[in-house]
Design a protein around this ligand. Sequence first.
Ligand code: GDP
Length: 137
Amino acid sequence: MEQTLSIIKPDAVKKGVIGKIVDRFESNGLRIAAMKKLELSKKDAQNFYAVHRERPFFGELVEFMTSGPVVVMVLEGEDAVSKNRKLMGATNPKEAEKGTIRADFAESIDANAVHGSDSLENANIEINFFFAKREIS
Ligand code: GDP
């Protein structure tokens, strides 16, 4: 069993597709072990995406992630990290495989509906960023 972090980004929350995205996870063997809706502060977004701070799109990314509420979740299941990445689709929705979350709900490379941890190590760090142990069950 693995756990991974998923974020439903501000574009998808604004569009009203929280339920549809959660259904993709639950229908594909990923259990919601924790879930909350919140607004990231600028500092939160900068810290969460610190690995990207040298990238040219860092400012836009932080601005977008703080543009409205997000839903953060811990997903649990067999191969949860890679399974979630597969369900999400490619970073650029134009390149995302048909039937993936980004192909179906995302608009652009920055407003791309969801975040998902890219390794088990990062999943652990990202889960701890958002959740206390007692919030995960
Ligand atoms: P992910 O793991 O598929 O989310 O992709 P990355 O870790 O490479 O990038 C993190 C996030 O930065 C992506 O989900 C996008 O929201 C954003 N991003 C990545 N590349 C670009 C880009 O070229 N331009 C902009 N504006 N945002 C980008």
